[in-house]
Design a protein around this ligand. Structure first.
Ligand SMILES: [Zn+2]
Length: 245
């Protein structure tokens, strides 16, 4: 009996140690990746595209007349509201939010945009409905049940044409958006380093092999003038981004 107790204690201890090591390594990778991120400051980037910085992440707004669409939503409502104030943009004027994926740094402040229809690719729903874990078995959550699932069809909102491009890997249904044929919003499907496209840090991807495959699909897009990334700023040189160094 004593021996059995000892054995159970040893096994439990070993399992706990393994979990601590896995979690610890993951945290170290996360922190060092976050430290190297280079988001754009909150500012107007082109005639109709605005970057909003919340700590280490960017969300973007594209103007359509008096309204805006958002690509992602930032982390915290209060912080995003303050940044929007700097741009003199009222969150009520945002009529659609297109999520590149459901990680909390991209979807956390979704409730700030009360007038917006929230869109995400149907392949991403698996990350929030318990079907697929994001890290180990932990799933993602978003702060609304009211979202519209989309596929690869082009959507029109005001004078904007939005084309979803499914780029799984970072998450199960990670999606890039091409707006008006020339603006590419990548979320975390890639990063930019000195203007060159690179895969997102490997351990933060749900599936690194799929993420690399998705990057090749991005590379084949035509007519892109600007690339806007989730954490690594933007570039107006698509061919340099995908050229070999
Ligand atoms: Zn992210």
């Amino acid at each position: 009996m004593k021996n059995l107790k000892k054995m159970i204690l040893r096994i439990t201890g070993a399992i706990a140690a393994v979990i601590i090591v896995i979690l610890g390594s993951y945290m170290i990778v996360m922190f060092s990746a976050v430290r190297k991120m280079t988001p754009a400051e909150t500012s107007k980037l082109t005639d109709d595209v605005f970057a909003v910085r919340d700590k280490y992440v960017n969300m973007f707004l594209v103007r359509s007349g008096d309204d805006f669409i958002a690509i992602d939503a930032g982390i915290k409502k209060g912080a995003v509201r303050d940044e929007l104030r700097k741009l003199e943009i009222d969150p009520e004027r945002v009529i659609a939010v297109f999520l590149t994926h459901t990680d909390s740094d991209h979807a956390g402040a979704i409730n700030l945009f009360r007038n917006a229809v929230v869109y995400m690719h149907r392949e991403e729903e698996q990350m929030i409905n318990g079907e697929t874990g994001r890290f180990l078995f932990f799933g993602n959550t978003i702060d609304t049940d009211d979202y519209t699932l989309i596929n690869d069809d082009v959507l029109r909102i005001g004078d904007l044409e939005i084309r979803p491009v499914l780029t799984p890997g970072h998450t199960g249904g990670a999606t890039c958006y091409v707006v008006n044929g020339s603006y590419l919003f990548t979320g975390d499907a890639m990063r930019l380093y000195n203007g060159y496209a690179e895969p997102f840090p490997r351990l933060i991807n749900k599936n690194g092999r799929r993420a690399r495959k998705s990057m090749k699909n991005i590379m084949e897009l035509e007519g892109i003038q600007y690339i806007f990334t989730g954490h690594y700023g933007y570039s107006n040189d698509f061919s340099k981004a995908f050229s070999s160094r």
